[in-house]
Write a protein that binds this ligand. Sequence first.
Ligand code: PMP
Length: 439
Amino acid sequence: TLNHSRSEALYSDALEHIVGGVNSPSRSFKAVGGGAPVFMERAEGAYFWDVDGNRYIDYLCAYGPIITGHAHPHITEAIIRAARSGTLYGTPTELEIQLARMLKAAIPSMDKVRFVNSGTEAVMTTIRVARAYTKRNKIIKFAGCYHGHSDLVLVAAGSGPSTLGIPDSAGIPPSIASEVITVPFNDLDGLQQALARWGDDVAAVMVEPIVGNFGMVMPVPGFLDGLCRMTREAGALVIYDEVISGFRFHYGSAQTYDAFPDPQAIEPDLTALGKIIGGGLPIGAYGGRKEVMAQVAPLGPAYQAGTMAGNPASISAGIACLEVLQTAGIYEQMDKLAVKLGAGLKRLADEHGIPLTINRIRGSLSTHFCPSPVTNYEESQLADGEQFARFFRLMLEQGICLAPSKYEAWFLTTAHTEADIDQTLAAARIAFQAMSRDS
Ligand code: PMP
């Protein structure tokens, strides 16, 4: 097994100064049996090196933004260039127009764009804009879809498919949670019921058009088409949260992906973006129909601002990242490796009698330790967390870095190679052997 002594020492230091020792709870190892998370020191291409000198193949990819591999030279150069010219002006820059143009060209439903600093901010603001535009208050979301940590979207399902939400976090007033209705993903009847009951008060229906937050989950054919139709009939807006799906599957988003099951449902009123469009620096963006975006200050009455918004460093990194992603064949290469990885994991799990459901969407996949398909959050919860935790540890000890959660996706980058996949599958064979011996 690997030596993690320096990570362990840093973790006890971190616990003294940083709440829980981590700056985002998803980084803690709480869901995989606890203990010190691995402290990384350096990353390049598809690899991480930790503070004890161990090397890992990275499938965490910072929860999505890293798609060209770490420290990609073209992006690094862009960031250095930006830093040399001053990192923050508080004035408009030409660079912002360039990235906005690139986003609009790839996602035509966005007539107008506004840059912010995170996916959370982007989503939070789409809700405010939808409320301003419709003059209504409630929103409908889908169980298990994560939309950042703002009050309104940190609300879980109530007890039935169309009940008002209960807060998923302390510190959220019940009065706010009562403005949110949660229905199961892929459940048009549930949505219909919610709209029948609350439709006149609903400002927007918010959805990850391709889910990345309880594994990778495709909408079933007809779901998004029905969602868009019913939502508009109710006089509400459709918001696509494409913070993960933007530029992840192809150069564009879920709404412009040619394998999207519902080609009619490609024009949401508002879209939220983040992650990849910042090339590894902090960013978020939202945009949509001109009339709807006209609500936003200084044009309209819906206020949204940001000291760091559109900063030249993040924007430069984003432009450089999208430039790399325009390289011909780059998504196909990730796709091909993910096919091999997914099929290999499934075959090895089968050989060792371990139930495993792989959902793969191009260069991303999820691994649920359960025999049944995962098409919504409830089904994803059937995955065995203890088995995942064991697998996670066994892989980590062989230099394979996954997200420490049974729900998270594995992400491929343009830097991963066939040899990396072979090494990962060899490690998975050993992990599954150990797991089948345990049981
Ligand atoms: N929406 C989705 C779909 C996400 O996956 C995330 C983050 N994982 C967010 C919003 C929030 O983004 P951020 O962490 O940048 O605030």
